[in-house]
Design a protein around this ligand. Sequence first.
Ligand SMILES: Nc1ncnc2c1ncn2[C@@H]1O[C@H](COP(=O)(O)OP(=O)(O)O)[C@@H](O)[C@H]1O
Ligand SMILES: [Mg+2]
Length: 325
Amino acid sequence: MKKNIAIVCGGYSGEYDVSIESAKLVKRNLDPLKYNSYVVVIEPNDWYYQADNGQKIKMNLNDFSVQIGSETIKFDAVFNVIHGTPGEDGKLQSYFDIIGVPYTSSGVDSSSLTFNKFNCNAFVSSYGINRANSISYKEGEKVNYEEIVKKLGLPLFIKPNRSGSSVGITKVNNVDEIEAAIGKALEADDRVLIEEFIDGREIACGILQKGSELIVFPLTEIVSKNEFFDYEAKYTKGMADEICPAPNVPHEIEQDVKALSAFLFHQMDCKGFVRFDYIFTEENLYFLEVNTIPGISEASILPQMALEYGLSLKGFLNIVLDNII
Ligand SMILES: Nc1ncnc2c1ncn2[C@@H]1O[C@H](COP(=O)(O)OP(=O)(O)O)[C@@H](O)[C@H]1O
Ligand SMILES: [Mg+2]
């Protein structure tokens, strides 16, 4: 019998639009012989099923069902493509755990750890993995600008602790810009991270869980046309090259990135498909961050990796759902 899948998208963050695009790719590529798929949009005050003709029907949150005409649709699984809160930080995962609906992404603890860059960095550093040196402040704490520059130099990366798609991130080139950049970051979260600038090549490693095995995709190099991989570069065609397979990566770096990503996937207890990002310089490899709900729109990095690996999008999505139902 065909399974009912809710493609859950939207969310409460600046990544709403990206999530809607990711949902479209999933909807288009889910195997219609195996699955009935339903797009469910989650907004702060409205959780609704959105029909192909645009009709919206409110979800029943007692069991995440929806009444379509005379039929009550219940879901065998949730395909979670909400980037940012509440889909990538464990909140939605808690709800689905409580009502007993399986989902494609990492669970509560894993999502909550990885979405919090401050906590995630501490976790990664505990294994001796290189990270950019950093200082962090909670909203309201006194900021010592001199100490920041003395410890981390310039330029700096100033970012919200819990955010994504580079929302709220500023590259700061002189000390006068720090205050405004901290203010901007604190609009997105109540903790700010200030990092030294790592001047190197940016590289992404995608991992797909297949039962008890892990598929490690070919690496992608990200070359932004802007000063860094900011929101514009991420989502404007032609503003960044995302090259897969990444060219001329030293063999040792490639091996390290792949091994480290598989190691962290296990240690962080990730599920489904995840993208680990790094920067490497002449001397070192630095962990940048992990995305437990990476973009999977037509233009996103991970679907390109899967195709380069030799996996069709349909095949990719089948593996993701076979993991959980
Ligand atoms: N310490 C750093 N040194 C150099 N570039 C950085 C640093 N931190 C972030 N960046 C740049 O900013 C982008 C966004 O930072 P990231 O931490 O990945 O936040 P987000 O979760 O919003 O994607 C990265 O892809 C990279 O281009
Ligand atoms: Mg990032």
